[in-house]
Design a protein around this ligand. Structure first.
Ligand code: SF4
Length: 104
């Protein structure tokens, strides 16, 4: 079962996977140099130390990963992608004027 994560928690988990850390290490993540990638800066770099990312950050990240294919994003089975999707869903459910809130 996938652990439900907050948006910041999903970035934290992604950074942990990115650097192959068993436990999150703030010093390593702070100095990850994700802003210097020759292919373009990591979308999560500004949020790697706990700043809450907006839903647009996740959307862009997943669409870039799947080269713009929305159906592929919806079908992605990667653990971390699932965590990001949960975070995205939580962000949608928790943001704005409540239009997207599930009614029980
Ligand atoms: S900010 Fe990006 S490059 Fe840096 S550790 Fe996180 S995912 Fe990896």
């Amino acid at each position: 079962m996938i652990e439900k994560l907050t948006p910041a928690g999903a970035v934290r988990a992604y950074c942990q996977d990115c650097l192959g850390m068993k436990q999150f290490n703030t010093d390593l993540v702070r100095d990850c140099q994700g802003d210097l990638d020759p292919n373009g800066p990591c979308a999560f770099f500004p949020y790697r130390l706990g700043k809450r990312p907006s839903v647009k950050v996740f959307r862009k990240f997943c669409l870039d990963c799947m080269i713009g294919d929305r159906e592929a994003v919806a079908c992605c089975e990667l653990r971390i992608a699932s965590a990001i999707r949960i975070a995205l869903e939580r962000t949608l459910l928790c943001s704005g004027n409540g239009k997207h809130r599930k009614r029980g």
